[in-house]
Design a binder for this molecule. Sequence first.
Ligand code: FDM
Length: 212
Amino acid sequence: SNGEIKARGALIVLEGLDRSGKTSQSARLLSYLNNLGYPVESWRFPDRDTAVGKMISSYLTNQSQLDDHTIHLLFSANRWEKRSLMEAKLKSGISLIVDRYSYSGVAFSSAKGLDIEWCKAPEVGLLAPDLVMYLNIPPKKAAERGGYGGERYEQLEFQKNVAKYYEMLTDPSWKIIDACLPLEDVEKQMKEIVLDCVVCCKKGKPLSHLWL
Ligand code: FDM
């Protein structure tokens, strides 16, 4: 709206174990930015609606079996399927709040024993988030929240292992949120961080690529 250069949207990623509250917080952040008048969409990975996403969904619900490397590459392909749309949205000024991204890809697959560098390789060249917020919760606490839906990875022992790999991936730029706090407190913290990021991107922070 200010001349020829269109302000871009922010790529905001939420990461964390299952039941850490990512999905509820995504919804809250979406309406928060919307109400402030910022164009915003809520995305999630895996995107189960694409061709690759359907294969992933069938694997997660135990309707199909796949080799660990194969499913890893499908998760990555699922992000590549959406990459150009993602870039177009951001360049058109729309911010994206994304529930899981490459870090889930690497943490979950390396928790199964795959090499971390091998896991990162297919992510190279995807858009880098402007902000990663990690909803930090002890695996046991997350499990106590209930609602593990019986999908493949929703088991306490595995989630404990995933937590270790998330820890290894954590970068100083990540915002670590204490996800044990009441929902409203978590929401309040996240809103402030997200608004800063959206403003910063609007001012011209360049888009960059993984892996940093
Ligand atoms: N997951 C998710 C992966 O293993 N790799 C990935 O790249 C992504 C994006 O899929 F257990 C796992 C994480 C989770 C499962 O995610 C489905 P949702 O958020 O529960 O739909």
